[in-house]
Design a protein around this ligand. Sequence first.
Ligand code: FRU
Length: 457
Amino acid sequence: MSDTHFTIDRANEAAFSKAAEVRNSVFALKYHIAAPSGWINDPNGLVRFDGRYHAFYQHYPYEPKWGPMHWGHASSADLVHWQHEPVALAPDMPYEKGCFSGSAVDDNGIMTLIYTAHDDDNPIKETQCIARSFDGGKTFVKSPLNPVIPSFPQECCADFRDPKVWRQDGRWQMVVGTSHEGRGCVVLFTSDDLEHWEYRGIMAESDGTLGYMWECPNFCRVDGQDILIISPMGVPGHKNIALFGNFDCASGRMTIDHWQDLDLGEHFYAAQVLYDEDRNLLFGWMNMWDKPDPAAADGWSGALTLPREMHVRNGKLIQSPASELALLRGEQAITGGCRKCLEKLTGNCLELSIGMNDGDFIVSAGEEELLRISIRDGQTSLQLPDGSIFSAALTLPCDQPSLHIFVDQSSVECFVNGGEVCFSERIYPTAPLNYRVTGNATVDAWALNNAFEDSEC
Ligand code: FRU
């Protein structure tokens, strides 16, 4: 794009005019949220509003690569069947060259987005802004008071982004990711009206081992446990983690006891929590910076993961696919079958439930092995054709089948041992997929249907 005058109308035209082409991509996902066309990164503004789920995302509608950020939008009545909505935010104000990540709240019946306005040409490059919808989430009006937080806190730095807002102690609370003396940290702000914010200080900070900058913070309370989710920069091998601790709203400080990876696959980042009454759901960006993406040749790049429900058991975060996903099931292809039945299974949009104690589950395209998930000696691992191995110990007792897997054309999400360990991985098959296990196994499998009303099977 040489002309840098971005508008919502032009963004919609760009995103939707190429949608049919993108749906024909061999890699096109059938039941995950992706843009009609163009680029996606982080999930943004996850909210349940007036009984409907809304998922926004970082979006560049003009090309399948990162560019001046917009917010794309999809909505759903049941968390599973989605429809595309018009682009929600374009970088069209003097104070922004990109609308970076942020969150959404229901402010007494007004859907309000809280986002970072980004401008590399300004020494104060990141400020916090709000936009309100007066038509239930179709269009958004940026506040004349923007930026509502016009600068980073003095003790932090100009990397100051990704506000996540929630309600606690009768006020709005906001965490923002930044850095303090070279250490990643999260700062806290409080407000009564989403427009005037009081700085409360550093809520939590790296002890020196958790990176130089924290992106996309989220605070949530899961089964009575305070959890701060962050995407730390500069911690090799740990892209997105959950910090366990104790948040004291009165002092604005959170102590950190221990932490855990959210997902060990290569394609999971910038996860955001959706506060859904008494449960906490989590969506991640199902891709990663600097990973090759063959789908871009077909005009699109990136998607959100499936929604996961979070729980805490024995001091560990467990994540399981939201139960509503059962609504996607079509025909049950295998019922209580064995290894042999799995070898006859075909299809690229499947849910599999596999009970095995010791062995490998293998996904191949023709003869070419694409990935292997193993359980052996109390360990689980993901092994990729380039030799990479990502592994973790399994410590929790579990009464569920050991692998719960969702395959969608160019993605595999696997929840091991009831969700104690998760792997999200993009695959780019050049032949129909086939599946195998080594060792004894019991297998259930379902064909899954499309999630987008406007897409074809
Ligand atoms: C994380 C991130 C955020 C930022 C956004 C920009 O992936 O770098 O910190 O707001 O992407 O698109």
